[in-house]
Design a protein around this ligand. Structure first.
Ligand SMILES: [Ca+2]
Ligand SMILES: [Ca+2]
Length: 235
């Protein structure tokens, strides 16, 4: 039976204390246990009708790191992912003991992908995830700093995926402005022509039923949640 991360930390402290108490005697050996690595399986489900999800970035990080904050302007790496679907720069934000993995490819409507990620055991273990709905200007989804430090081996946590607006590109859904298969238009553009310039829950897509300039059809709409994530600790 596996020992919980908390129990291992307590054991490490006890061993260290025993080592320290031995100082001054003939036996001054201090035992330092190597950091444990925790393994997680992260399954991402796309529940939309017609919105492929761009290759997902999943990371585990400290409490001081955050990929975005609702109400604040998006970072350039988030803007890059939310407008064009490329999460490489977001993944590069995970440095030192913060780790990230990228999905193998886009996740189509009704499909899912399992990603494996391992991270050094520590007190703060936050899991974040991000992906673009590619038939949009700058709509994305994800999880922001979910605490996985207390998850036991074999246990799972499930979350629904909300739709966010990066606030970095106007929601015209016009021809030439959407990188996904509904349009094949532009992805990332460094200009910020969305008057909000802040991350928010997505207000809803403009379709041809709303505005003849839009290239989107009713199936492209996103309402409520766009998918689910199941996080399972495997080791
Ligand atoms: Ca927008
Ligand atoms: Ca932009």
């Amino acid at each position: 039976m596996a020992i919980s991360s908390f129990a291992k930390r307590a054991l490490a402290v006890a061993v260290m204390a025993a080592g320290l108490s031995a100082c001054g005697s003939d036996d001054d050996t201090v035992v330092v246990l190597p950091p444990d690595t925790l393994d997680f399986e992260v399954t991402v489900y796309n529940d939309t009708a017609a919105q492929p999800l761009s290759p997902v970035v999943v990371g585990i990080h400290s409490a001081t790191m955050s990929l975005w904050s609702v109400g604040l302007s998006a970072s350039v790496p988030l803007e890059t992912m939310a407008e064009g679907g490329n999460a490489d720069d977001l993944a590069a934000m995970f440095t030192d003991t913060n780790v990230a993995v990228l999905g193998a490819g886009a996740i189509g409507p009704g499909n899912y992908e399992k990603l494996m990620i391992s991270a050094e055991d520590r007190t703060e273990m936050k899991l974040s995830l991000a992906s673009m709905m590619v038939n949009t200007n700058d709509a994305f989804t994800g999880l922001n700093a979910i605490d996985v430090s207390g998850l036991m081996v074999g246990d799972s946590m499930s979350y629904t995926l909300p739709a966010y607006d990066a606030g970095t590109e106007a929601n015209s859904e016009a021809m030439g402005s959407i990188p996904g298969p509904a349009d094949g238009g532009e992805g990332f553009n460094a200009a910020r022509d969305d008057t909000m310039n802040k991350v928010s829950r997505h207000p809803g897509l403009v379709t041809q039923a709303d505005d003849a300039m839009s290239v989107l059809l009713p199936d492209h709409r996103i309402s409520g949640t766009v998918g689910r994530v199941v996080i399972t600790r495997t080791n």
